[in-house]
Write a protein that binds this ligand. Structure first.
Ligand code: ZN
Length: 222
């Protein structure tokens, strides 16, 4: 059963980007919640650019980094105002997406963003976690995954069937969250979970939703 490793006293001392690092490291300490190099975390932050302007920045885990060991420099920083209009597009290839996002860099020298970056950008909440919990994936690989997810989460979730990560999946997820303002998570068939919150302190209560992952009456998933 996943353990909640969060320490409020530690987390409260940390400013936004450091808080995101802390949250990410906590998730990575339990490999049954996030596999090595898997999953990604983000925060939408206000930062001051080189001209002195305050801009909204999406800090998102870079491709090739692991949430357990990630540090501040392991996050890509992207100008969110330049990314938001992409939600209106019908389609983008991976190559188009990568080329576009490279042009939104907030500062030079940062690593390349995750392929799941638009998922984070399109979910209209300040802090977003995308995890691959073993317990959830084991249920989401069953034939009636959507019904199983509904039995566990009820009206608290939206479900998206499996498609490979990219623009279409990101748009599906962003669309579900916008259409259903009362849901608390998006369950991804054969893939994982998306959760969010107004700050790291509140999103953490949803990042390891053990009670939600295990159906009532089930004590073992072996
Ligand atoms: Zn994923």
């Amino acid at each position: 059963m996943p353990q909640n490793l969060w320490n409020d006293a530690d987390a409260r001392k940390l400013p936004d980007l450091e808080g995101l690092v802390y949250r990410s490291n906590m998730l990575g300490r339990d490999r049954s919640v996030v596999n090595i190099y898997g999953g990604n975390t983000s925060a939408k932050l206000k930062m001051t650019d080189h001209v002195g302007r305050t801009v909204e920045v999406l800090a998102v885990k870079a491709s090739g980094s692991d949430v357990l060991t990630i540090v501040e420099k392991g996050f890509a920083l992207l100008r969110l105002d330049e990314i938001k209009p992409l939600f209106q597009r019908k389609a983008m290839t991976d190559e188009e997406m990568t080329a576009y996002l490279e042009r939104t860099a907030f500062e030079p020298g940062r690593p390349r963003q995750s392929i799941e970056t638009l998922l984070h950008a399109f979910v209209p909440h300040p802090h977003v976690d995308h995890t691959h919990p073993d317990a959830l994936i084991s249920i989401m690989c069953t034939q009636d995954a959507e019904a199983q997810a509904r039995a566990i989460y009820g009206e608290r979730m939206a479900y998206v069937p499996y498609i490979r990560p990219g623009f279409a999946l990101s748009k599906w997820i962003g669309g579900k969250v916008r259409e259903n303002p009362n849901i608390e998570c998006v369950v991804m068939g054969k893939h994982g979970l998306v959760t969010w919150g107004p700050d790291s302190l509140s999103v953490r209560s949803r990042v390891i939703p053990a009670r939600c992952l295990i159906p009532a009456g089930v004590t073992s998933l072996e």
